[in-house]
Write a protein that binds this ligand. Structure first.
Ligand code: AHM
Ligand code: MG
Length: 339
């Protein structure tokens, strides 16, 4: 029988990969693992207690309806990170502004964490997978003072670690520190995340495409052409409405996930800092690609504001390149002077 490797063991072992590591990042990743277990416990019993459902008419900073479980997950993640002592600031999709953690609690920590506490929250009521997405940056502000918003407005290439947790048929935590991607499945009998997916490599291409095809008529022409192409190839359409789950499938089985601009969301719907960047970092580390519908690499985008949105095309490298060809071939220039 193979020896079980727990998330904690793996993280500590990997610390040796970073010659001058002081253990802060290690501690932070372990704390995120603990928070994930707490959120998992609540997600799993959501149907049993009165925590399920929408919290009044509350809306998050981005104007979406907030579910009760979102609030719970948000609070638990914030609590764990505040108490960890390794994090000097937090930005959450559910909070308008950043949360500064005083130096007394954070021992002048060098890291900030951005997260989407419960992505795909419209799925909670119907027992479909949801997930937590996180990205960790090294602070760039003066270490003597509180962290600032600029610490979070760094390009995705500056991420030191990123990952996600899916609360699904089983609960899995996937993360990278820029040296490959590994996945850990929660074994409920021992309450530990155990290494289950070592050094994940995304297939060059796959049989799945993932896009909200209900918006077909609202997409630009190049997107419609590409969707037609996928359909002609008899690719299988899968769209959970929880990007973390859709991207996880692409990561393991190959495929492409697209959330382009629509009339309702002219800049795309998904949040650059909380969703696109961390997932792009994971997918690139696994050998995949992630670009916008304007063909910029996601990780090279310079965020201007915390809750900024972006379009995204992410997944198997050959499929993203094919999509890129469609954009180059069919897109109409923004300020066309055609007569
Ligand atoms: P959320 O963070 O409010 O849950 O929104 C993000 C989610 C993604 O997980 C998913 O891919 C997308 O929104 C679904 O949006 P739509 O219903 O427009 O297809
Ligand atoms: Mg989200």
């Amino acid at each position: 029988m193979n020896r079980i490797v727990t998330l904690d063991e793996f993280i500590i072992h990997r610390q040796k990969d970073f010659p001058y590591a002081s253990g802060e990042l290690t501690g932070l990743l372990r704390d995120i693992g603990v928070a994930a277990k707490i959120v998992n416990r609540e997600v799993n019993k959501a149907g049993l207690v009165n925590i399920l459902g929408v919290e009044g008419n509350a809306e998050n900073a981005s104007g979406d309806t907030v579910q009760k479980l979102d609030i719970y997950a948000n609070e638990k993640l914030i609590d764990c990170l505040k108490n960890s002592g390794e994090c000097c600031g937090i930005a959450s999709e559910e909070n308008e502004d950043i949360i500064q953690i005083p130096a007394v609690e954070s021992k002048n920590a060098k890291y900030v964490v951005a997260f989407d506490p419960l992505d795909g929250s419209s799925n909670i009521d119907v027992n479909v997978s949801v997930g937590t997405i996180f990205g960790i940056y090294r602070r760039i502000s003066d270490p003597e003072g509180p962290c600032t918003v600029d610490d979070f407005l760094q390009k995705g290439v500056k991420l030191v670690a990123a990952g996600y947790v899916i609360y699904g048929t089983s609960t899995i935590l996937v993360y990278t520190t820029g040296r490959g991607v590994n996945g850990f499945t929660l074994d409920p009998s021992i309450g530990e995340f155990c290494l289950s997916h070592r050094d994940i490599k995304i297939p060059d291409r796959g049989n799945y495409y993932s896009v909200n095809q209900g918006y077909y008529l609202k997409f630009d022409v190049e997107m419609r052409r590409y969707i037609d192409y996928c359909s002609d190839l008899n690719l299988r359409l899968r769209y959970i409405g929880s990007m973390v789950s859709d991207i996880h499938r692409s990561l393991l089985q190959g495929g492409i996930f697209l959330y382009p601009n629509t009339r309702k969301y002219p800049k795309g719907k998904l949040r650059l800092i909380y969703e696109c960047n961390p997932l792009a970092f994971v997918v690139e580390q696994a050998g995949g690609k992630a670009i916008t519908c304007q063909l910029e690499r996601i990780l090279d985008l310079e965020p201007k504001e915390l809750h900024e949105r972006s379009t995204i095309v992410i997944g198997s490298p050959v499929m993203v390149d094919e999509m890129k060809n469609f954009i180059e071939r069919y897109s109409v220039p923004a300020y066309s002077t055609q007569e």
